[in-house]
Ligand binder design. Structure first.
Ligand code: GDP
Ligand code: IMO
Ligand code: MG
Length: 422
């Protein structure tokens, strides 16, 4: 079978975790392919809420194999916290979870470097999650990184060399730090990591494909945070797009099947950087309050605005999306009207093409659609959808040219409506 890929089409936090959990019963394997603990994927079921950071969101649907792929950057301390808290709630992962030997390790000094680079940027800071993501990927690309597989041979020596390089940089940046306790915790967490199956995941995944197993690749972040195609430099340090799944798992492009593109019925962003449809008024506040738009892990307030179809079309294009999934429709339940940005006006000229630079001078061109003024959170089938909501979805499908396959009407696993059953 193929690898289906599910990924965010906006600036992250679209609801990927929830939908991966919902789709997992159809798959044999769930795997993360990039990013690290900068992610916070929320799942809700049976009255419980879980937030996953590095562990794939297929972990709760019993008996499925979950794999942390080579493209992921792993912080042993945060991984241990995550795995132990799952174990405490009755989910022992040691048999269900494998980790690629090629995944890079986030070192304590990577976290410090992340903070130091942000401090050095001053007002131009990216607003990173502070988890050492950028410095770890930098070391990977500059061939200075440490990988999970390094744990198995001469690790302390390799660690000392990598750490010394970081110390030199931090000295140059004149950034004070103390990692004595953190380092101790990190080494203890590495021992914990060894309890899991550390594998050559590209071999396993390709073997499973030959055995006709189905695989779901779980994206992290969103397309607009992709290091190549996002709102650079206000992006993360990896390829969040579909092609990232090939690189981050070691599967060939012809083995990619469906590409599920997931988006909120409106739009949010956390951290700094341009956001053309951002609302600074009461409506923005209302979206934030109704959508509980606060970071799953950091608690940071998310910036809110109307849906941006210029950016969405671009995201659909670079990912090759085959099916759309719309989240948080219920957040718009009480609005008299909803807006969608269909073009940007730049220097008086309208364009539907996502431009090189969205930092300044973008005026969104909106269309207004009637709101549905109906509580959708208890709906269980498409037949119950109000007319105005159907009109909104039809409008999106027409604009975007791709079917909206799933509509989410609340955070719980059950609050998910599949529109076209195969
Ligand atoms: P992810 O990073 O893409 O997995 O998304 P997050 O977990 O960071 O953020 C999505 C938030 O929206 C979480 O708090 C979810 O519980 C919540 N959520 C997901 N789907 C829906 C929905 O359809 N309606 C509402 N109201 N909340 C949702
Ligand atoms: P999930 O998977 C939302 C943002 C940060 C910052 C930028 C760079 O939950 O959707 P980084 O720490 O990666 O160097 O930060 O990217 N960011 C996210 N925003 N959701 C995420 O993940 C994010 N991961 C990173 O806020 O603007
Ligand atoms: Mg999130």
């Amino acid at each position: 079978m193929k690898v289906d890929v599910l990924l965010g089409l906006q600036w992250g936090d679209e609801g990927k975790g929830k939908v991966v959990d919902v789709l997992t019963p159809k798959y044999d394997v769930v795997t993360r392919f990039q990013g690290g603990p900068n992610a916070g994927h929320t799942l809700e079921f049976a009255g419980q809420k879980y937030v996953l950071r590095s562990i794939p969101s297929g972990i709760f649907q019993g008996g499925k194999l979950n794999i942390i792929g080579n493209g992921v950057v792993l912080d042993p301390i945060l991984f241990r916290q995550e795995a132990e808290s799952l174990a405490a709630s009755g989910h022992d992962l040691t048999q269900q979870l494998c980790i690629s030997k090629k995944a890079h390790l986030i070192m304590p000094t990577h976290r410090v470097l992340d903070a130091a680079y942000e401090a050095a940027k001053g007002a131009a800071k990216v607003g990173t999650t502070g988890k050492g993501i950028g410095p770890t990927y930098t070391d990977k690309v500059s061939r200075n990184g440490l990988r999970v597989g390094d744990l198995l041979c001469n690790f302390n020596e390799k660690y000392a060399i990598a750490k010394a390089k970081h110390e030199t940089i931090l000295c140059g940046l004149d950034y004070p730090y103390d990692i004595v306790d953190l380092e101790k915790e990190w080494f203890e967490a590495l021992e914990y990591l060894k309890r899991f199956r550390l594998i050559d995941s590209e071999h396993l995944l390709n073997y499973l494909l030959k055995e006709d197993k189905s695989i779901l690749a779980e994206g992290a972040q969103g397309t607009m945070l992709d290091v190549d195609f996002g709102s650079y430099p206000f992006v993360t340090s990896s390829n969040t797009i579909c092609a990232g799944a090939c690189v981050g798992l070691g599967v060939a492009p012809q083995n990619i099947g469906e590409v599920f593109g997931i988006f909120k019925a409106y739009c949010t962003r956390v951290g700094a950087g341009p956001f053309p449809t951002e609302l600074f008024d009461e409506t923005g506040e209302r979206l934030c309050t109704l959508g509980h738009e606060y970071g799953a892990v950091t608690g940071r307030k998310r910036r809110c605005g109307w849906i941006d179809l210029v950016a969405l079309k671009y995201a659909i294009m670079v990912n090759g999306v085959t099916q759309l999934i719309m989240m948080k429709s219920d957040v718009l339940d009480g609005f008299d009207m909803v807006k969608a940005c269909i073009a940007y006006r730049i220097n008086g000229q309208e364009t539907e093409e996502f431009p090189f630079d969205i930092t300044e001078g973008i005026e969104p061109v909106y269309v207004e659609l009637p709101g549905w003024k109906t509580d959708m959170t208890r709906m269980t089938s498409e037949e119950e959808f109000p007319e105005e909501f159907n009109a909104y979805v039809d409008f999106l499908e027409e604009e975007l040219g791709i079917p909206v396959k799933i509509v989410s009407v609340g955070p719980d696993r059950e609050q998910t409506i599949v529109r076209y059953e195969e």
